[in-house]
Every structure is written in C-alpha cells, then in structure tokens.
Ligand binder design. Sequence first.
Ligand code: CU
Length: 232
Amino acid sequence: MRRIWSEFSSISVRVLGTCALACLPASLPAQSMVAGRVVLQEKPGEKTTDYGNTVVWLEPLSGAARATPVRTQVGMSERTFTPHVRVVPVGSAVEYPNQDPFTHNVFSTTPGALFDLGAYASGTSKGYTFRKTGAYPTYCNIHAKMAAYVVVVNTPWYAQAAADGRWQVTNVPAGTYRLTIWHERAPQVTTELNVPAGGLSGVETTLDARGYRVVAHKNKFGRDYANAGVVY
Ligand SMILES: [Cu+2]
C-alpha cells in the first residue's frame, strides 16, 4: 500500500510540475485512490482460491456517475470461459470468441440480459451488449460446466480484486459513496463510504461464503443437461 501511495504522490507532483497551482480551475474536484481488501469467510477447512472473482464498485450518493461503455471479451478456451468474472459499465459490449476447435454456445436466462448467441464454430465470435445493471451468469448450452459472470455497473469507479483480495479504484472524486462488494459465492455487501480528497485506504470487508452450495444450472431450455457431470 505504501508503494501505491508513493506512486500516486509522484503523479500528482508531475501534474503540478507542468501547470502552476494557479492555473487549475477552482472547481476541479480532487481525485484519489480508494483501496481495500476483501476477506471471504469459508466453511471450516476451506481456503479461498478465487479472490480475483470479487467485484468492487463505488456509486456516488449524490450526483450521477457517468459510466463510459467499453468493448471487451470473454474467451472460450478448453471448455472454459476466461475470465470467469468480468465487470463492465452499463452499455458495454462483450464478445465471446470461440477459441476451441469445436462448437460452443453462449446464453443467459437472467432477466435484464436474456440472450442466446446460438451455436457457433471454432474461430468465430459473437457478442452481446449489456444494457441493464446486474450480475449475469452466462453458460454454454453444449458444455454444462462452462459458466461465467458479467457484472454490469452504472459507475466508472469499479475494480476486481487481486488474488490476495486486495483491490483499488482510481480517480475517485472526494464525496460520499455506496461501496458494493460482490462475489458469486456470497451475499453481496454494501456500505457507505466517505472518500476524502486525499483518498482512502485500508477498507476491509468480509463476505460470508459459508452458506454457498453448488447448484447445477439448467440448459437454455430450462431442462437438465443430458451429459451433465458425465462427458464434461
Ligand atoms: Cu461450450
């Protein structure tokens, strides 16, 4: 954390070096980094191996956040979606390139992002534009074990945690925010956060994954997969 702050300080110094303080508009909001760490409570004897799938976002309690849509990808390789979780601003387009030598499908049956990209061949790609906020599980109708999440947020201030649970959101203007921490295996946690002009670090959040149970999802027709747990 100390290293991050020193980098941030040097950036500030560089900015000020090219422009005297007097030429900065008085209304320019101070922007800083918000950093923290998530801890997952697991069942006894279990260790968290998927902190990188944690999504963190900040929404201002007053004023609107302007999220700029992006174009991004979730690949399909070796019968696996990569990455398993991707966070995007609302309105973003996600492409699903098929990088395997056989056919895949991508579908979602969650309201807010109902889609079925059909079956498509190796080396081809199809996409979907997510227009509503939410966490959307996406699957392949051919391979039962393929699963991924797209988490759609209406804010430019979001991040995914690193493998050790630490996260950081950059360029956050001072103000009061609702912080949300999401992980597929735990109930979502929200908390109010006051971000001072100098930024904030050491935001610790605990998510409770002890109640998580693996439940087999249905195929795109709402039925059990014919080969679930046998072929793949
Ligand atoms: Cu597939």
